[in-house]
Write a protein that binds this ligand. Structure first.
Ligand SMILES: Cc1cc2nc3c(=O)[nH]c(=O)nc-3n(C[C@H](O)[C@H](O)[C@H](O)COP(=O)(O)O)c2cc1C
Length: 440
């Protein structure tokens, strides 16, 4: 039985301690319901009783780290913005959710849009921004409409607008439909897209905190990161830091997909082992099968093996075995899956989604796809092991302006490192015993 502190799947009623604590409440997306369970009290507390620096101080004390991918400490990021100079500054919400195997922001927006709106208002006040932009994945129609309705309700109720809660701190929140590419989720490409340009990453520095949307200081955070703020302001940063581990405090909403019996979204305290998430909460593998390979943070996080399921879910434990927490999308594949074919499928994705700006990513992705196609067709030659090595070295971390190229390289590097025998079987013997067994 999952503990009461964990959410049992997308359709379960048990709620996690922070983000999903109110899930199961009927019509949670409606303002009246949200207000009844204490909604917008954190916003009232921040705006009417705290200085902006105190709000940032609580977020720093919580130790919250960004849930979009890089896991950067949220309060520290807020501190990078220069002091207000009288000109505009923005909060930009990353609701693009484009990482494969990740559907937790969608789940939060769909079920609990006011929690997000409240978090955005708190962030606006902390960095003294009067405008926030939510860049929402273009395909998210329902979520768009629910968030738009929540903003409208909050405006009518006086939580935002010209005089939120009767104060002289005008705030407006705008929704912007994403342009339908993976790269649009990368923070600087997102800003380009928001400005109406082609989504391609910018070189950094300057970082968005200093020169972001329309060249102005911009705070960019993920939906889940911002949805955590009402809890932190209501209960205090120190209370949040009691969950999780010292360096990765709190809970996180994981999306579990692939070869598991109960795929879904689960809120789990960081530091608990992935075996708990995958086996206990998501139901484990199908009868007669075992978990062979899994990605702990979307397919952009280096791959892990079934023997590594006891790894604690905090970011440091993952880094220690060469992977990362990424987006929290846990993709599971069982013993029927050929790792070389999985890698091919992922490279197809990265090659297709490369924006083309950086040569290693533009050229390397397509070169990898062509090589995988040849190898999977049984036409590999002994030289192809070295070819894969050359491609992944060319894509080594840091050679491109954003992480897309890094991730494509990691797929080759880590699947070869951890499943070299499968590559050798394909390349040198032109067979795949895994797929042959699955077909038998
Ligand atoms: C190719 C690529 C795609 C990304 N897609 C997303 C995304 O869909 N959503 C997201 O929140 N972050 C995404 N990120 C991470 C963002 O660039 C950024 O780090 C994050 O939104 C910052 O918010 P946080 O500090 O709250 O995590 C992506 C990064 C890369 C390199």
């Amino acid at each position: 039985m999952p503990a009461a502190t964990e959410l049992r799947g997308s359709h379960g009623k048990a709620a996690g301690p922070v983000l999903t604590k109110d899930f199961g409440t009927a019509d949670l997306y409606k303002l009246a319901v949200y207000e009844k369970i204490g909604g917008y009290q954190a916003w009232r507390k921040a705006l009417t009783t705290m200085q902006p620096a105190e709000v940032t101080g609580e977020v720093k004390a919580s130790g919250l780290r960004g849930r979009g991918g890089a896991g950067f400490p949220t309060g520290t990021k807020w501190g990078f913005l220069p002091p207000p100079d009288g000109g505009p500054r923005y909060v930009v919400v990353n609701a693009d959710e484009s990482e494969p195997g990740t559907a937790k922001d969608r789940y939060l927006m769909e079920n609990h849009p006011h929690q997000l709106v409240e978090g955005i208002l708190i962030a606006c006040y902390a960095i003294q921004a009067h405008h926030a932009w939510i860049y929402i994945r273009g395909e998210y129609d329902l979520q768009h409409d629910l968030v738009a309705a929540a903003i409208a309700e909050a405006r009518t109720a006086g939580y935002l607008g010209e005089q939120p809660l009767g104060t002289e701190f005008p705030i407006d929140i705008h929704l912007y439909r994403g342009h339908g590419a993976y790269i649009c989720g990368e923070e600087t490409a997102l800003l380009e897209s928001l400005e109406g340009k082609r989504a391609q990453p910018r070189s950094r520095p300057p970082f968005p905190a200093v020169k972001g949307a329309w060249g102005r200081p911009t705070l960019l955070n993920n939906v889940e990161t911002l949805s955590t703020l009402p809890w932190i302001i209501s209960n205090g940063g120190a209370a949040y830091a009691k969950f999780g581990t010292e360096k990765s405090p709190g809970t996180r909403l994981f999306t579990v997909s692939g070869d598991v019996q109960r795929p879904g979204n689960y809120e789990m305290e960081l530091g608990k082992p992935f075996s708990h998430l995958i086996n206990d909460l998501a139901g484990g593998p199908f009868p007669g099968h075992s978990i062979k390979v899994w990605w702990p943070g979307g397919c952009s996080a280096p791959v892990l093996t079934g023997e590594m399921l006891e790894t604690p879910s905090d970011m440091e434990s993952l880094a220690a075995i060469g992977s990362m927490g990424g987006s929290g999308g846990v993709i599971v594949a069982d013993d029927r899956r050929c790792v070389v074919r999985c890698a091919y499928r992922l490279l197809q994705f990265y090659a297709h989604e490369s924006c083309g700006k950086c040569t290693p990513c533009r050229v390397g992705g397509n070169w990898a796809v062509r090589t995988y196609e040849r190898v999977l067709a049984g036409e590999g030659t002994a030289a192809d092991l070295a070819t894969f090595d050359r491609i992944q070295t060319g894509l080594a971390a840091g050679r491109c302006l954003c992480g897309l190229g890094d991730s494509a390289g990691w797929v080759i590097q880590w699947t070869m490192e951890r499943f070299r025998d499968e590559y050798e079987e394909h390349i040198l013997r032109h067979t795949c015993s895994v797929e042959a067994a699955a077909r038998a």
